[in-house]
Write a protein that binds this ligand. Sequence first.
Ligand code: HEM
Length: 414
Amino acid sequence: MTPDADPIAAPVARLHGDAFAANPEAAYDALRAAGPVAWAEIADGVHALIVTSHRTAITLLNDAATYSKDSRHWTALQQGLVPANSPVLALMAFRPSLLYADDDRHVRLRRAMDDCLARIDLHNLHEITQRHARELIAAFAHVGHADLMTQYADTLPLRVFTDLLGCPAQLVDPMLAACQGMIDAGPQAEQASHDLARCLNDIIELKTSHPGRDCTSWMLSHPAELTHEEIMHQLVVLIGAGTIPTAAWIASSLRLLLTDDDYSSNLTGGAVTVRRAMEQVLWVRSPMANFSAHYARHDTTLDGIDIPAGVPILISHAATGTDPTLPDLGYDNRAHLAWSAGPHRCPADSQAAVITQAGIETLLDQLWNLDLTNPDVPNRHGPFHQCPSALDIRFRPQPADAFATPTASTGRYP
Ligand code: HEM
């Protein structure tokens, strides 16, 4: 076994902490110099192999016979060597959902997810997003400044998802609070995770007796006959996988639009300009930075690197997008791995694009003379997502009564 593949080999980079949040490319450069796959520390005392090469990532992601998504294969976790309170466990510890499932079980859960997502009407999704966007903007439009991260990008996808899930009015605030607690990943995260599970169980009970036109009801009536527990875990993935990267996509695209001269001088370019910035972000600031954890089912090699069984291997979606060995394909090209690839590729790229584009366009329509006052803030901490920690803007304040309540929307999905 080469030193690169030795689980106790010194990591060549830290994918957490202040330095990584301030300059992730330095960590990716160090990893690239050590090979297409190299060791990193992803949290205190937690090590993983990271794939930075685009080509190697595609090989791994399409080899389900060798690599499993089931984190019960993670030897260090099974042996109690991962600190029980490690922040990475929120996304890496096993749950009985499609994200950690292989083979036939994944096919069954994935089909239920795909079929539910396919029933979301994208036109309605656009309208719902616009309505929530306008409500959020109305809360700060008269002030003349805001942190678009906490006051807009974080909250917008969450609100949209309460509609998609058919969340009844009395559960919207508890659900938003629980999701926000999980996103904050602070000491309250575990309590927030229990609160979210309770909200989702309540929604599942309600939709069992009163089905509607929402993802929860569609999941309940799906021919795959998922149990309530399976549905609860599917919905946790739907929210977790759906909201946090979408918030990051909105934020990074807005930052690019407001700071890059090519875009900021052309904001009147409308949808085309916004869409181009969104595509560029998928290449150069992938919202999922390092994710898609896999575990080799047996000792193996990957592009000449020994891969021991039972260690987590993460795809650096961020580093593969900026892989210097890639030919210059232009940002319109969709060959990036921001959505991953293979059986677990994100099933919701169209839905995510609708939410992101509607969120950005509504904001740019509603607020004028936008100026980003802190363009160089570091990212949020943590290895998984790539997202600015704040987006402070100033703009021309609007009269308090400028935002009439829109009438076009029903207020509920669809
Ligand atoms: C409407 C918003 C979204 C929804 C509902 C959603 C949903 C999901 C679901 C259910 C999965 C699990 C698929 C499986 O394991 O078979 C997934 C995976 C994934 N999603 Fe999304 N997603 C959304 C937005 C995004 C965004 C904005 C990004 C980044 C650009 C993203 C990147 C990914 C990646 C990289 C994976 C693979 C994860 C893995 O293999 O572990 N998603 N998504």
